[in-house]
Design a protein around this ligand. Structure first.
Ligand SMILES: *[C@@H]1O[C@H](CO)[C@@H](O)[C@H](O)[C@H]1NC(C)=O
Ligand SMILES: *[C@@H]1O[C@H](CO)[C@@H](O)[C@H](O)[C@H]1NC(C)=O
Ligand SMILES: *[C@@H]1O[C@H](CO)[C@@H](O)[C@H](O)[C@H]1NC(C)=O
Ligand SMILES: *[C@@H]1O[C@H](CO)[C@@H](O)[C@H](O)[C@H]1NC(C)=O
Ligand SMILES: *[C@@H]1O[C@H](CO)[C@@H](O)[C@H](O)[C@H]1NC(C)=O
Ligand SMILES: *[C@@H]1O[C@H](CO)[C@@H](O)[C@H](O)[C@H]1NC(C)=O
Ligand SMILES: *[C@@H]1O[C@H](CO)[C@@H](O)[C@H](O)[C@H]1NC(C)=O
Ligand SMILES: *[C@@H]1O[C@H](CO)[C@@H](O)[C@H](O)[C@H]1NC(C)=O
Ligand SMILES: *[C@@H]1O[C@H](CO)[C@@H](O)[C@H](O)[C@H]1NC(C)=O
Length: 520
């Protein structure tokens, strides 16, 4: 049930504010996770969520997760190994992080008290205005980028956002990825709908300006990314990013042989091309045909769990599930059931393998002698049900729970709590990126991916708005038809739907790490 009138929300906020004479929100303890028992979280997670949103909201600050001057996200920031205070900012970001920011803001526009708790706990009523102001600034930044670098056709590469005007990061000069832009575009699509649902003329005007930007990418998407016969490139090499898309000297080539044909989060971009790329019916059919071999059914069967039928993972990292936060996949019964099975498996696999948390692609631990994060572990998930079976399974991350939360907040948060209570698991900006399962290391880093995926899942994703807009744009039936067709031809009789989600049975051992001194 979405609230379309700001007046009824004002009531909620007034009630909240009057409960506290000073208008200041009561600040929960930074180390709140261990102050709630697992039993309490399971019985009713709302108090836990209230504390979680407050502290994850501390990430939403200038020079930590975004730049107030241009409205753009920052990838995140390193934090001090001892104190947890921010140290080296990541002055860059990408369309995927932008998508998490925009999804969060969509809820604020729609009047979510939870989004307001995250964004503006001392003055929840100010959250929508705050978001509108950031999104006005951000749009100006996108438009200036398009003017300076028209070769991107409105899409975003990895960019440096610490200066007023964006520039492609050194390694993304003349290059643009499809996957992250698919995530961004559907987030903007939902955001526009949330603005249109308000009764505020200036909000509607902002909606129409974002719509203009978004519509522009529809005109360039196929020319840049589509190479015929269903082939979409993962990364495009641009001849010259400073030349307009239609300049006779401009050209776009696939980087290597990499095709965007995955049945995971890359599919958001496939749907964008399908609906808006101006492709022929034959090309649209080919888009899906080329992806079909990757959508595979597999049964998990380990320990006393299984068989449980799931969609084969690439690594089975939680990151792969991103698409369901943005498009209404769960309106399709068979998809919802297959994905619910995935969470049976994700939670129970960690019990079977005696791991105190769950896996997802994540940054490795910090080297405490030089403060540097050691590397990035892409290959973290569940090997027995994945395409990529060689994995590194020594680091767990709180955001692994976000797909679980979409089905069961209490169980997902019980797992989140179990990771957060590890030494250094919480810091002055909320949850910490990752922890070693043996307790000997942690990643002194805070990022959108490892934190705000979970927050967006708690808020329920943005499918409510993308569904509404797809219906009014006349696309919804086609979406359901494609999604149903793809999944129902692979998944028929699911095994294991009676299996319960599992709860953590291990804890991260105390191997002598000290908590961050600024988070007690
Ligand atoms: C934020 O970062 C900018 C440079 O990116 C710097 O000029 C400014 O002083 C920083 N502000 C704070 C409060 O740290
Ligand atoms: C509409 O939004 C503007 C600014 O964005 C704000 O000043 C105004 O109070 C809002 N109007 C209503 C009726 O909420
Ligand atoms: C982006 O730049 C191109 C020209 O280089 C222009 O035609 C187009 O209108 C711009 N897009 C937006 C949304 O302003
Ligand atoms: C790219 O295009 C710009 C604008 O026309 C031009 O100034 C620049 O020299 C070109 N770069 C290369 C490497 O050709
Ligand atoms: C394309 O590039 C060539 C060589 O860089 C230049 O001579 C020519 O004028 C350019 N054509 C256009 C239409 O800009
Ligand atoms: C890991 O680091 C990269 C680069 O800083 C960042 O983009 C990403 O969000 C981080 N976390 C995860 C979970 O990927
Ligand atoms: C950690 O940093 C120290 C000092 O710079 C270095 O000698 C060591 O090789 C690093 N260890 C790892 C695992 O990167
Ligand atoms: C992660 O760090 C550990 C040491 O803490 C190291 O053994 C492992 O090779 C690293 N993995 C990656 C992918 O960086
Ligand atoms: C992984 O996927 C590729 C491409 O679909 C396929 O050729 C390969 O057989 C798969 N491997 C496994 C182990 O599933």
């Amino acid at each position: 049930m979405r609230v379309t009138q700001t007046s009824s929300l004002a009531l909620t906020w007034a009630a909240l504010a009057s409960a506290l004479p000073s208008g200041q929100a009561k600040v929960p303890s930074c180390r709140f996770a261990s102050q709630h028992t697992q039993q309490q979280v399971l019985r009713d997670p709302s108090n836990f969520i209230n504390d979680l949103l407050y502290w994850e909201g501390q990430f939403h600050q200038n020079n930590v997760s975004y730049n107030t001057a241009n409205g753009m996200s920052y990838d995140g920031t390193n934090i001090d190994w001892v104190t947890g205070e921010r140290t080296v900012k990541h002055p860059f970001s990408a369309a995927s992080k932008e998508s998490l920011q925009v999804m969060l803001y969509t809820h604020a526009i729609a009047g979510s008290a939870e989004a307001a708790r995250f964004l503006s706990p001392n003055n929840p009523a100010a959250a929508p205005e705050m978001v509108v102001s950031i999104m006005e600034t951000k749009l100006q930044t996108y438009l200036r980028f398009n003017e300076t670098y028209p070769g991107f056709g409105g899409f975003l590469p990895w960019f440096t956002s610490s200066t007023q005007d964006l520039t492609p990061t050194w390694d993304w000069v003349n290059r643009v990825p499809g996957l992250d832009n698919g995530e961004l575009l559907w987030a903007v699509y939902g955001f526009i709908q949330a603005l249109e649902n308000t009764n505020n003329a200036s909000y509607k005007e902002l909606a129409s300006k974002w719509q203009t930007w978004m519509d522009y990418t529809k005109t360039t998407a196929a020319q840049i990314f589509y190479k015929g016969n269903g082939r979409v490139c993962s990364v495009i090499d641009i001849k010259n990013q400073s030349l307009p898309v239609n300049d006779p000297n401009q050209s776009y080539d696939c980087e290597g042989t990499g095709l965007l044909n995955d049945p995971y989060e890359g599919e958001l971009f496939t749907f964008w091309l399908n609906f808006f790329g101006g492709l022929s019916d034959a090309d649209k059919k080919a888009l899906w045909a080329i992806k079909r071999p990757q959508l595979v059914s597999v049964d998990y069967d380990m320990g006393n769990v299984g068989p449980v039928t799931v969609q084969k993972g690439y690594w089975f990292s939680s990151h792969e599930t991103w698409k369901v936060m943005e498009m209404p996949y769960y309106d399709v019964d068979i998809i919802r059931r297959v994905y619910e099975n995935a969470e049976r498996v994700r939670t129970c696999n960690s019990v079977v393998t005696k791991v105190p948390g769950m896996f997802a692609s994540v940054n490795n631990s910090t080297n405490s002698s030089n403060g540097q994060v050691i590397g990035y572990i892409s290959n973290a998930g569940i090997p027995s049900i994945s395409n990529q079976t060689v994995q590194e399974l020594d680091v767990i991350t709180p955001y692994s729970v976000f797909p679980t939360i979409l089905f069961n907040k209490a169980v997902g948060l019980a797992w989140w709590r179990n990771m957060a209570i590890a030494k250094k698991g919480q810091n002055p900006y909320g949850s910490t990126e990752s922890t070693r399962v043996d307790g000997t290391g942690a990643s002194a880093l805070v990022t959108w991916d490892s934190k705000i995926t979970t927050v967006n899942a708690i808020l329920g994703g943005v499918t409510e708005w993308t569904r509404q807009k797809m219906k009014s744009d006349g696309l919804y039936e086609e979406f359901i038809s494609i999604a149903t067709n793809e999944y129902s031809s692979v998944f028929k009789d699911l095994k294991g739907e009676h299996v319960n989600f599992c709860l953590p049975e291990e804890t991260v051992p105390d191997a002598g790490l000290e908590d961050f001194t600024l988070c007690v």
